[in-house]
Design a protein around this ligand. Structure first.
Ligand code: NAD
Length: 478
């Protein structure tokens, strides 16, 4: 069976510009009901070979005409915008996020495609004079890029890879998460009439398909977004034939509140930064450190916001947080909260699964959490925020910098200059003052330090990651 009466779900893989049937299917579950609502194709190895071959065949022509690539990326952005009415409800159905947030993700997908269409590439810095030779330093596309994405922002994170890879002259095989394959498949369908055959291929399947892609001899680059554990496996496999690699991995992003901050004044922004996408965002604030004197009032201010937020199915008008996106994540969040409560934390609000079908979890603020508790030390990736009381700021900075992760971080204070001084001491790919994760923009590099990743996406830096440098020399004349 492929598809049901909803009409949202009869999606196909795109290979060489046409629909490629698969021999198997994957169930896709609506997290707001916990029920299967669609099947997606389950790509087997021979079909993956066809996708890789199509991408390799399309590469020589695609790499040669940058003006055409820019024009087609612009048209791709227009096509995504025009398909928003189909893409957004499908995103809500498979991922769970409220419809207005799904619409914003679709709009951002178009924005990223347009950004990379318009980006003016600066020439490489001219090298010093080379005796006897005229020298040029150029950037060349790599070939086929295998793009592997997670389930939290399936469309947007696909665009973060597709847009720079195509702009640089590469061709792409994209594999979304098995939890959220449908919007990426629909994206492939939407772009079929726009892009030449083989330039963008979209396949769907389970984790095994990702491993097959990483080990496949055709791609010259793997661009991966997902967990640290999977990222390590991807890096190990890619090393065997020295594929280029970008890894955007997990974070456990700290927010440090200084002793002059006003809990009521910062609570809205901090709550929004922690509960964005129901906490399922790589750059969400995932643990708060507050001076002992302020921890109580801050917990209460955050809990008040959590009580006021409307949790419901993403299709319900006014819903602000949807369900957790899939069952394993829902169970993991519940397990981390139970563990914290057993180890002395107190739920100022929330703390439980909501008693209704689907994967709904109460927005939860934990007081009395401490370093050494799993919910503080690990990435929870859900609607749960622990607040850790501290006495010694220097000790907090040392603890944060000693953690395995380093994606985003923030410092909150009535004195932004003082906060900037503390922020400068933090090891993370992005550090903000009186905001958190606010630099996730097409023109800024985004990436993690330490175990949070390798390389960056976005901006000219992200574009360069889809190229290799070439030095060209010829005899100097005259
Ligand atoms: P995941 O690692 O389980 O899966 C990510 C993708 O990898 C999926 O498509 C999956 O099918 C595929 N995959 C699984 N095993 C594979 C293997 N052995 N080889 C190749 N591919 C394989 O991650 P997830 O649960 O889908 O996503 C959540 C994680 O992603 C969180 O840790 C989150 O922080 C991270 N994330 C990071 C960023 C960032 O930009 N740094 C952005 C979003 C999400």
């Amino acid at each position: 069976m492929t598809g049901t009466a909803s009409g949202l779900d009869a999606r196909t893989m795109t290979v060489d510009g046409v629909a490629l049937p698969a021999t198997g299917t994957l169930d896709v579950i609506d997290p707001a009901t916990g029920r299967v609502f669609a099947q997606a194709p389950d790509c087997a190895a021979p079909q993956l070979d066809r996708a890789m071959a199509a991408a390799a065949a399309a590469f020589p022509a695609w790499r040669h005409d940058e003006a055409a690539r820019r024009a087609l990326l612009r048209r791709s952005a227009d096509a995504v915008d025009a398909a928003a009415g189909q893409l957004a409800p499908l995103l809500t159905a498979e991922q769970g996020k409220p419809l207005d947030q799904a619409r914003r993700e679709v709009a951002s997908t178009g924005r990223w495609l347009r950004y990379f269409a318009e980006l003016e590439r600066a020439p490489e810095p001219a090298p010093e004079a080379t005796p006897g030779a005229a020298v040029e330093v150029l950037r060349r596309p790599l070939g086929v890029v295998a793009a592997i994405t997670p389930w939290n922002y399936p469309l947007l994170l696909a665009a973060w890879k597709i847009a720079p890879a195509l702009r640089a002259g590469n061709t792409v095989v994209l594999k979304p998460s098995p939890y959220t394959p449908l919007t990426s498949l629909l994206l492939g369908e939407v772009l079929r009439p726009v892009l030449p055959p083989g330039v963008l291929n979209v396949v769907s399947g389970g984790d095994r398909l990702g491993a097959l892609m990483t080990a496949h001899p055709t791609p010259r680059k793997i661009s991966f977004t997902g967990s640290v554990a999977t990222g390590r496996q991807v890096a190990a496999t890619a090393a065997l034939d020295l594929k280029r690699l970008t890894l955007e991995l997990g974070g456990n992003d700290p927010a440090l509140v200084l002793d002059d901050a006003d809990p009521t004044a910062i609570a809205d922004a901090l709550f929004g930064a922690a509960f964005v996408n129901n906490g399922q965002a790589c750059m969400a604030a995932k643990r708060v450190y507050a001076p002992s004197r302020l921890a109580g009032p801050l917990v209460e201010a955050l809990a008040a916001r959590a009580r006021a937020v409307r949790v419901d199915a993403g299709t319900v008008p006014g819903a602000q947080l949807g369900p957790v996106s899939n069952r394993p994540q829902y169970e993991r969040v519940g397990g981390l909260v139970d563990d914290a409560l057993r180890h002395g934390a107190v739920a100022a609000v929330g703390g439980r699964q909501i008693d209704r079908p689907g994967y709904f979890f109460e927005p939860t603020v934990l007081a009395g959490a401490a370093d050494g508790t799993r919910v503080v030390d690990e990435e929870q990736f859900g609607p749960v925020l622990p607040v850790v009381a501290y006495r010694d700021l220097d000790a907090v900075v040392r603890r944060v910098n000693a953690a395995p992760y380093g994606l985003t971080a923030s410092v909150w204070s009535a004195d932004p200059g003082r906060a900037a001084g503390v922020a400068a001491r933090l090891e993370a790919g992005q550090v903000s003052v009186n905001a958190h994760g606010n630099g996730v923009l097409p023109h800024l590099p985004f990436g993690g330090h330490r175990a949070s990743g390798l390389g960056v996406e976005n901006g000219p830096w992200g574009l360069a990651a889809y190229t290799d440098l070439q030095v060209r020399l010829r005899p100097a004349t005259g």
